[in-house]
Design a protein around this ligand. Structure first.
Ligand code: ADP
Length: 399
């Protein structure tokens, strides 16, 4: 193997610019090494196999504030410049891996001269002696804090743009869904009103039938607008709960009373499988929670065929009360379950006569938001063709 001096001389010879006798002296080489070592932008430590600092360049001194004379002969990981214990152990792991002959590169953290944490791109290169043993390590690095900050800002801007984009998509989807939901009943109202106007001699039974359709669709529109107002109030955070100690048993009674006529018309039996007196009072917004249970019970009636049954169960422990409403209705396809609480989402079921079941797809979305405002949760379980169970869990204390 050539000595360092010979190698340089050989290189110059090779390009024909310098003869062997012009080879630089050891002193020249030392000077050149020092010039490069201390004037490079990178900070550099030469470190022994034991981790002891052999050399430290000017960039390292400037960057870390370490005093060169005090750093020499100390182990590299003992210097005060490492940001924390994690940064020290990362360095030790790096040196350990490099002692196996590996070139190691990683992102570390250093506290710079001004006392601020800086992100550094660090590399550890083992340098071998002629006998193949590791002579020392070159530990070098550069400050990449500004680059990282730019990357972070760029990521944040991208995430912000993505979020705006998503929001815009959601808004467009919402507007198109609302328009679609409004158009169907409106078209029917306008169509039947026009027919009535154009047919002065229409049979009274036909006229009554058309007027009933107009009334039904008018009510559907009214419900839709109320649901939309509700959801927009809740989502804009303008809904604040008015909580007071409330009997959950009374709410369940009242909600059952509201849907009783509809249930009777379908001969659906409703069973209360709990002892009302044992249920605790909860801090609830009475109107809002009533709205949730009316909605769940109305759905149970709507999606249950005549002669079916609905069972209301309630239980409680020290922390919460759980109320479940189980029906023997048409059930929900398993693929629809995860999206059931999304706005406008409706499973594609039909009733026993094959007719589409009407609705806005907003009731469960509103119910979920109200329950969550109370710090509770709502979930749905179902076996398609057999029935569904909706369970609401409410904490003793609303958030
Ligand atoms: P709507 O009933 O007005 O369509 P909801 O948000 O209350 O809106 O319900 C969303 C969908 O969830 C319904 O369209 C229906 O597909 C399904 N669903 C809700 N409750 C039940 C139930 N008890 N049985 C079967 N399907 C149900």
């Amino acid at each position: 193997m050539l000595s360092c001096r010979q190698e340089i001389a050989f290189f110059h010879d090779d390009v024909g610019t310098m003869a062997l006798h012009d080879a630089p002296t050891e002193i020249d080489l030392r000077k050149r090494f020092q010039a490069i070592f201390h004037n490079t932008f990178q900070f550099i430590f030469l470190v022994s196999v034991e981790g002891v600092i052999l050399e430290i360049n000017q960039a390292a001194v400037n960057f870390t504030g370490v005093v060169a004379s005090q750093a020499l002969a100390r182990t590299l990981w003992d210097l005060e410049c490492w940001a924390d214990e994690a940064a020290r152990s990362k360095l030790q792991t790096g040196l350990y891996r490099a002692s196996g002959g590996e070139f190691v590169r990683y992102t570390g953290e250093i506290v710079n001269l001004e006392g601020t944490r800086a992100v550094v791109d660090l590399s550890i290169k083992p340098i071998f002696s002629s006998d193949g043993e590791i002579d020392f390590f070159i530990v070098e690095g550069r400050d990449i804090t500004a680059i990282k900050r730019m990357e972070f800002e760029r990521d944040r801007e991208r995430q912000h743009a993505d979020a705006l984009h998503k929001l815009n998509d959601m808004k467009n989807e919402f507007v198109s869904q609302v328009s679609h939901e409004l158009r169907t009943p409106l078209a029917s109202i306008i169509g039947f009103a026009q027919t009535l106007l154009r047919s002065p001699n229409i049979a009274p039974e036909k006229a009554t039938q058309f007027l009933n359709i107009i009334l039904d669709d008018g009510r559907r529109l009214e419900r839709l607008v109320e649901d939309l107002l509700d959801i927009s109030r809740i989502e804009s955070g303008k809904t604040s709960l008015i909580t007071e100690p409330t009997s959950i048993a009374q709410i369940l009674d009242y909600a059952t009373h509201i849907i009783a006529t509809e249930a009777e018309s379908k001969r659906i039996t409703i069973t209360h499988d709990y002892t009302p007196e044992t249920l605790p009072f909860l801090a609830l917004d009475n109107d809002r929670i009533t709205q949730v249970f009316v909605n769940l019970l109305a759905n149970a009636v709507k999606f249950t065929s005549p002669d079916g049954s609905i069972t209301i169960r309630a239980s409680h422990d020290k922390e919460q009360v759980s109320v479940s409403i189980a029906d023997t209705g048409i059930g929900i396809p398993v693929s629809d379950l995860p999206r059931l609480f999304e706005k406008f989402y409706r499973a594609k079921q039909r009733d026993t006569d094959g007719k589409e079941i009407r609705g806005t797809g907003l009731g469960l979305a509103i119910a979920k938001q109200i329950v969550e405002l109370h710090g509770g949760s709502i979930r749905a379980e179902s076996t398609f063709g057999e029935g569904s169970t909706f369970t609401v869990t409410l904490p003793h204390q609303a958030n």
